[in-house]
Write a protein that binds this ligand. Structure first.
Ligand code: SRM
Ligand code: SF4
Length: 591
């Protein structure tokens, strides 16, 4: 493939065999004869401005102009419509009930109690009354109407958070282990997370102009991204072993902390992870990231920037479906990718240090750290903070935020950690939890606590089947089977998504259910409990009773024949129920 580089009308040809990055300081890759439509929208957008301001003013429709649909993502916004109401509105000859989902960028998922309070208040005023914690430690507001978009975004900025690059073809929210009590180097690792996030932010002033009525600044440089930004989204996570709660292997780039004598000395680096795939298209596949070496602390930002730049220059800009870094790496070959990276960054990585992950779930309940501060991990079903008949979760957390002096930390498993609580305020928080019927998960089975579901219906435009709304019912049925075979207290990690894009990282679930059509799922088995091995398709397009029928005998065998401490994922591989998938390219191979 040939990428053409247009830089101020001077055309530079950037052939894949070239390893010289100096030619491309602020590149724009665009050739409309070969590149996809989104590349054109980015080029024409004047650094992400497009016609968003006009779209917001247009009173005729609740939506924005077509090209702006893509550009608002770079500002952390998606246009959606209520899919439950689609048919009814069509019958009434009304346009769909358009509204917007806003996603905040929250590196490592950390917000102060005051920030949380402000975000919850915005949810009450402008969204559908719930806050959604995401699988990448961010906050989402659903159901914000166009007329309220600017006020809501200004409110988020007023709390000193923002929505820049929460979506779009740029580096997204950088994830980090959210549990300060688990490591003496946690604070330092979190600071690196923030630095990486800041370093890779787009520099365009469009966001401030459009949403915060900032002064117009005509020319903008994007020294890292250039005018066409990246070919596709880009994701980074930072893990602290033995916890892989961030699912580091599902990211384009991962940093794994290396600690020696209680000191952070650097990071192991993994590249090329991702979950997204398309049903029936074998050229797409999930992939766990490959370990490529170790970098010292003063090399972290250079590694992050240059992995991004290699992807910028060699990622596929013709076919968006194949544009993620995982495909770039598999197309180039890992060795060639490494060579390019070393040429770009000007140094080689050192051999990776040894490390071990124990699991990719959360620890629930209260924990005290070495400074005597308390941290409480609350189980939040699918990250949805909402009041219901059984629990006044939204109102309770709001009240807690009013008295809490520490932070609220989102876990990558969509849970909430009330963090840095003093012994004095612990009692007051416990009282509020009781008053608002908020359980800390003590009555839930380990399988429920280890389950994840993406948003899916009614807001996700890409959903083919239910996930968040259906998972509780499904888990109940699995719990009944586990109870029957007396293994209800064994954790099995179940992940469900409404489509194969993989937002709840279903291909790393020991049981993965991926929506195919309403009420129908593909069933995947055999991922590891530590997040470093993918699962494999076991049955296709089956409904609930078929899924339970297939799973019951396997779970029964598991209860009788598993080895001590053997996880369900390892069991199904050992028993050859599915063959292990050690490499994304292997994912579709029939065995
Ligand atoms: Fe995702 C698209 C929700 C994490 C892979 N994802 C979407 C959209 C925006 C649908 C759309 O494009 O119109 C969903 C909005 C639903 C809604 O109503 O809120 C959506 N993704 C989510 C969230 C909210 C799921 C959740 O239940 O928490 C997560 C938000 C994360 C964040 O804060 O940034 C979310 N998405 C993920 C993850 C998990 C991760 O990153 O660790 C993945 C798999 C990892 C990966 O990227 O490979 C993921 N989302 C996708 C993809 C497939 C990308 C691909 O490579 O093919 C899409 C579709 C796309 O980009 O075209 C997508
Ligand atoms: Fe939507 Fe599919 Fe992502 Fe679920 S996995 S939120 S259905 S895009």
């Amino acid at each position: 493939m040939l990428n053409k580089t247009f830089d101020n009308d001077k055309v530079v040809t950037n052939n894949e065999s070239s390893e010289n990055s100096d030619a491309v300081i602020q590149p724009t890759y665009y050739d409309k004869t070969i590149h996809n439509e989104v590349e054109g929208i980015k080029v024409e957008s004047n650094y992400l401005r497009g016609t968003i301001t006009d779209s917001l003013k247009n009173p005729i429709t609740g939506s924005v102009a077509n090209d702006d649909l893509m550009l608002i993502k770079f500002h952390g916004i998606y246009q959606q419509d209520d899919r439950d109401l689609r048919n009814e509105r069509r019958k009434q000859k009304l346009e769909p009930l358009y509204s917007f989902m806003i996603r905040a960028r929250v590196p490592g998922g950390v917000a102060t109690a005051k920030q949380y309070l402000q975000m919850a208040e915005l949810a009450t005023q402008y969204s559908s009354g719930s806050l959604r914690l995401t699988t990448r430690q961010a906050y989402q507001w659903h159901g914000v109407f166009k007329r309220n978009l600017k006020t809501t975004i200004a409110g988020i900025n007023g709390s000193m958070l923002d929505t820049i690059a929460a979506c779009g073809d740029v580096n997204r929210n950088v994830m980090c282990n959210p549990m300060p009590e688990t490591s003496s180097v946690h604070e330092e690792v979190f600071e690196w997370t923030q630095k990486i996030s800041e370093h890779l932010l787009p520099k365009s002033k469009a966001y401030h102009e459009i949403w915060l009525d900032g002064k117009k600044v005509e020319s903008t440089d994007e020294p890292i991204y250039g005018q066409t930004y990246l070919p596709r989204k880009f994701k980074i996570a930072v893990a602290i072993p033995p916890y892989n709660d961030v699912d580091v292997y599902a990211n384009d780039l991962g940093f794994i902390a290396v600690v020696e004598n209680e000191k952070l000395v650097g990071f192991n680096v993994v590249v090329g992870g991702g979950m997204g795939s398309t049903h029936g298209d074998q050229s797409t596949y999930p992939r766990v990231a490959s370990l490529i070496g170790f970098c010292e602390l003063d090399q972290v930002l250079a590694v992050a920037e240059n992995v991004v730049k290699v992807q910028r220059d060699f990622g596929n800009r013709e076919i968006r479906r194949l544009a993620r870094l995982k495909y770039t790496i598999d197309r180039l070959g890992l060795d060639t990718f490494k060579k390019k990276l070393y040429a770009y960054q000007g140094f080689e990585l050192q051999p990776a240090s040894a490390f071990e992950f124990l699991h990719n779930g959360d620890r629930y309940g209260w924990f005290q750290d070495e400074k005597n501060q308390w941290h409480l991990t609350l189980y939040i079903h699918s990250g949805r903070i909402i009041d219901s008949q059984n629990s006044k979760l939204f109102s309770g957390l709001l009240e807690i935020a009013k008295i809490h002096r520490g932070e609220f930390r989102i876990s990558p498993n969509q849970n909430m950690i009330i963090s840095n609580v003093t012994s004095e305020s612990k009692n007051a928080i416990e009282k509020l939890l009781t008053e608002y019927q908020i359980s800390i998960g003590e009555n839930e089975t380990p399988t429920r606590l280890n389950s994840l579901a993406c948003v899916a219906f009614p807001t996700c435009t890409l959903a083919m089947a239910e996930a968040e709304r259906y998972l509780p019912t499904f888990i109940e049925k699995i719990e009944a089977i586990l109870e029957k075979y007396k293994v209800a207290d064994w954790p099995i990690n179940i992940r469900m998504t409404g489509c194969p894009n993989g937002c709840a990282r279903p291909f790393l679930g020991e049981i993965g259910l991926v929506g195919k059509a309403p009420g129908k799922y593909n069933l995947y088995l055999g991922a590891s409990h530590t997040g470093d091995r993918l699962n494999r398709l076991y049955r296709e397009n089956i409904n609930e009773s078929q899924i339970l029928e297939v799973l019951e005998p396997i779970l029964e065998n598991f209860s009788q024949q598993c080895l001590v401490n053997e996880s369900f994922g390892d069991f199904v591989v050992r028993k050859k129920i599915v063959a292990a998938v050690n490499n994304g390219l292997d994912f579709h191979v029939a065995v």
